[in-house]
Design a protein around this ligand. Structure first.
Ligand code: SF4
Length: 218
């Protein structure tokens, strides 16, 4: 139950301190397309940049997402709008493919595992992006593992840095309650822990709340 201990501790410490502004998907309009677009924009960039890109898109497209309007933009204009998020051409192609492939109804009502399979078929949508959507929008009890979480779990001694995503996810989920609310808190609190304490370059082990339990595989 070491993972359960880690998650309980980080939730206890970080959850009340989390600023939603630091998580683009949390501040995105409650629209399935926008939650997915926010998660795509967040790939390989800071939340400041992805939030700025999302704000520009919302300005042009409005809320809820007007699918026709984004498709009309095409790759060039969409990429220009979201340029600040980086990898903007690849992200624009992924967003357009998402809008062409999946209807709002499928995103809202499909059985979660079926929807996951459909999402993973879209180039540019990987496990983490699909799982963040399923957890945050569909309240499906799944545990997305991003780079911060993988680093923390590796150092803590639970998963290996290069371990297959699915195996790592299942192993962590086995130790945690199958409750979306708990998993969301654990997911965001672990990211916060990775950003503020278990940093990539210089982890602050001396002040870390799970120091006694951590294997510190640095
Ligand atoms: S003790 Fe150090 S390596 Fe372990 S979780 Fe804390 S900051 Fe990370």
């Amino acid at each position: 139950m070491r993972v359960r201990y880690l998650c309980d501790r980080v939730i206890e410490y970080y959850w009340s301190r989390i600023n939603p502004q630091n998580f683009t998907a949390l501040t995105a309009p409650r629209d399935p397309y926008y939650i997915l677009i926010a998660t795509i924009l967040s790939q390989n960039t800071s939340d400041v940049n992805s939030s700025r890109a999302l704000a520009r898109l919302i300005e042009v497209v409005g809320v809820p997402v007007d699918v026709g309007k984004i498709l009309e933009l095409g790759v060039e204009r969409l990429a220009e709008l979201i340029r600040v998020s980086g990898l903007h051409y690849a992200k624009a192609r992924t967003i357009l493919q998402l809008l062409r492939s999946l209807s709002r109804e499928e995103l809202e009502y499909d059985e979660p595992e079926l929807l996951r399979t459909k999402l993973l078929k879209i180039p540019g949508i990987g496990y983490k992006t699909a799982d963040v959507f399923l957890l945050m929008y569909r309240n499906h009890p799944i545990f997305p593992i991003d780079t911060h979480i993988r680093r923390v779990l590796h150092r803590y001694g639970t998963v290996d840095l290069r371990e297959n995503y699915e195996r790592a996810r299942r192993r962590v989920e086995e130790e945690l309650p199958r409750e979306a609310n708990y998993l969301l808190k654990a997911h965001l609190s672990l990211i916060q822990h990775g950003r503020s304490t278990c940093k990539a370059r210089k982890p602050l082990c001396n002040t870390c709340i799970v120091n006694p339990e951590c294997l510190k595989r640095l």
